[in-house]
Ligand binder design. Structure first.
Ligand SMILES: Nc1ncnc2c1ncn2[C@@H]1O[C@H](COP(=O)(O)OP(=O)(O)O)[C@@H](O)[C@H]1O
Ligand SMILES: [Mg+2]
Length: 265
């Protein structure tokens, strides 16, 4: 099943009366359950692509079809509902409201969603269950300034999952994290993906991309190539031996690296 179809997507910015064609007829599809990484040089249009596809920004031309529905034709209000209820977002800079606790930040999208199918009690229980799952129960009552970068990014993942999105969009989700925290965050994203959430992420980190099922390589607003790595896991991630995972990842990184060199990385 197709999760996302992008057709002839263009994005042009006009700055100082000069036209900057950032995305030039981009076409791709993402199947349900895929974990797709977008890579490419700095300034090639990766963030612009993610924002145009996810309706955070309006493309100049082209279509985005999410779960069979053309979202590029939606009015702003309807699009906001789609973003809130069907998509999750994770960014490099972890945007959370400063005057709320971590838990209250996580709860916010659920309270805003306008859905009537869950009680407050159910929403609260779900938020706490997500926090437990991501190993951050102990920071529920903390101010967001009182937690580490890795903890905060895991809280952002909880927040992004509150409304059970079909698809998660992440722009450099590990970009501000050290290696250890980055690995923890990736492990959680892989688990969510294994449970059925489709993920599209932007990264310049080979180790992050090697955990994804497919890589799209973008240069100067065009997709220059794509590389199918296949899903990273054959069974529950927890059940695998650490040494096996290390070997598996090493092999995937080696393959990806060879391809990236071909692409001019
Ligand atoms: N809001 C904006 N207004 C004008 N130009 C922009 C805007 N956002 C991005 N750009 C331009 O689009 C190009 C691609 O940027 P971006 O998508 O952020 O690249 P990447 O994420 O691959 O580093 C750059 O030339 C950048 O200056
Ligand atoms: Mg970017």
């Amino acid at each position: 099943m197709e999760a996302l179809r992008v057709q002839d997507l263009c994005k042009t910015y006009i700055t100082n009366k000069r036209q900057n064609n950032v995305l030039k007829n981009v076409n791709f599809t993402i199947e349900q359950g895929e974990m797709t990484a977008v890579m490419g040089p700095s300034g090639s249009g990766k963030s612009t692509l993610l924002y145009s596809v996810s309706g955070m920004d309006r493309p100049t031309a082209g279509q985005v079809i999410l779960g069979g529905r053309k979202i590029t034709d939606l009015k702003e209000k309807e699009l906001a509902q789609v973003r809130l209820n069907e998509m999750g977002f994770i960014f490099q800079q972890m945007y959370m409201l400063k005057n709320l606790t971590v838990l209250d930040n996580i709860l916010l999208p659920a309270y805003q969603s306008g859905r009537k199918d869950r009680s407050r009690k159910e929403i609260d229980a779900y938020a706490l269950a997500l926090m437990h799952r991501l190993g951050i129960s102990e920071i529920a009552g903390n101010d967001i300034t009182e937690v580490s970068g890795g903890q905060l990014q895991r809280a952002c993942i909880c927040r992004s999952m509150m409304n059970h999105p079909q698809i998660l969009f992440a722009d450099e989700p590990t970009g501000a994290l050290n290696r250890g925290a980055s690995e923890e965050v990736m492990k959680e994203l892989m688990k969510l993906n294994q449970e059925g959430t489709t993920i599209m992420l932007v990264t310049h980190d080979m180790k992050v991309a090697a955990k994804c099922s497919r890589i799209l390589y973008i240069v100067d607003g065009n997709i220059r190539g794509e590389f199918e790595l296949g899903t990273c896991y054959s069974q529950k991630l927890e059940a695998q031996e650490a040494a096996d995972i290390t070997n598996l990842l090493r092999e995937r990184e080696r393959k990806l690296n060879a391809w990236l060199i071909e692409m001019g990385w």
